[in-house]
Design a protein around this ligand. Structure first.
Ligand code: HPA
Ligand code: ZN
Length: 319
């Protein structure tokens, strides 16, 4: 029995397995520049975040209808349940779809078709987090937030993803202020490829409650102390870090040092179709590479629920 856990850092577009990509391509009359799933899998060798993002955005071309998004999410939830996931906070990238002529409503309603049955069908509760693409303009992010307004009953929070370096959190100050005013929860990718200063900025300028990745905090001991003191959760993605070369090999991953420092770490899969494993695979990989004890595995699973928005919702309801 896998440990019951929450998954807090998962891009739904990053769960698009090659088989589903080809099935959706056939259904929608989209031609992919790959012969078959085998040839496509050979493209899954990345030098850095950008080389991954290029393929990630390219393959999204197969996602066109509500049913496509529903099938994508349902396939993820089924796999997640088998890996012990009881709660998933799922990122999606509306701008990447709107730019291709797929409307916000198609994306949200499609995902919702799967999410609304997830508790009864898979035993997995869900939340949706809409991400802004940080390499697009702040104006585009603001327009995306505007387009999301009719769907806010289904969207719990906002996040920030895509190419990090050169796109500091401060660029999105106004968008995050507007999101907060709408009652949305706030998270952001920071310190994956970008410097520790981006983590500080995400906290101080964007008011995030959780930092996605946050790996590079380890370069700044004062920042680590602050994250420990303020109990800021970090959503780490170990297999992603190896595939995108944020760390050389898993044995070099700072997770153990981060736990020892008292950081509130969680383990997640990021884009599991691309990075060689779903969330339990990430747990097992770090256990084996870093020699984690069962107690540390339990701590990671416990942290995942503590760091989730579910916890806060329950607290709020109890008050
Ligand atoms: N980092 C930044 N943007 C992303 C990622 C990631 O790991 N996955 C999908 N978009
Ligand atoms: Zn991510």
């Amino acid at each position: 029995m896998p440990l019951p856990k929450a998954e807090l850092h998962l891009h739904i577009e990053g769960t698009l397995e090659p088989e589903l990509a080809f099935a959706l391509a056939a259904r929608n009359g989209v031609t992919l520049p790959y012969e078959d799933t085998e040839e496509l899998r050979k493209a899954y060798l990345f030098d850095d975040l950008q080389s991954f993002l290029n393929l990630y955005y390219e393959l999204m071309a197969v996602l066109r209808t509500e049913q496509d998004f529903a099938d994508l999410a349902d396939a993820y939830l089924e796999r997640a349940a088998a890996q012990g996931v009881r709660h998933a906070e799922i990122f999606f990238d509306p701008q990447a779809h709107i730019a291709r002529g797929v409307e916000m409503g198609t994306v949200v309603d499609g995902l919702w078709r799967a999410l609304e049955h997830s508790e009864e069908k898979h035993g997995v509760s869900t939340r949706l987090i809409m991400c802004f693409l940080r390499d697009e303009s702040a104006e585009s992010a603001m327009a995306t937030l505007e387009a999301a307004k009719p769907h806010l009953d289904r969207i719990t929070g906002v996040g920030l993803d895509s190419a990090e370096v050169g796109h500091p959190p401060v660029k999105f100050r106004e968008v995050y202020e507007a999101a907060a005013a709408l009652g949305l929860r706030r998270v952001a990718h920071a310190g994956e490829e970008g410097p520790p200063e981006y983590i500080t900025e995400a906290l101080d300028v964007l008011g995030v409650e959780r930092v996605d990745h946050g790996l590079r905090c380890m370069e700044d001991p004062q920042l680590v102390q602050r994250l420990v003191r303020e109990r800021v959760p970090l959503t780490l993605c170990p297999l992603s870090n190896v595939r995108l070369r944020a760390v050389r090999v898993l044995e070099d991953h700072p997770l153990r040092a981060m736990l020892d420092a008292g950081l509130l770490c969680t383990v997640n899969s990021d884009d599991p179709a691309y990075f060689g494993g779903y969330v339990a695979d990430n747990y097992h990989a770090v256990r084996d590479a870093l020699g984690l004890e069962l107690e540390q595995m339990r701590e990671l699973a416990r942290n995942s629920f503590l760091a989730s928005f579910l916890e806060h919702d329950e607290e709020r309801r109890a008050r």
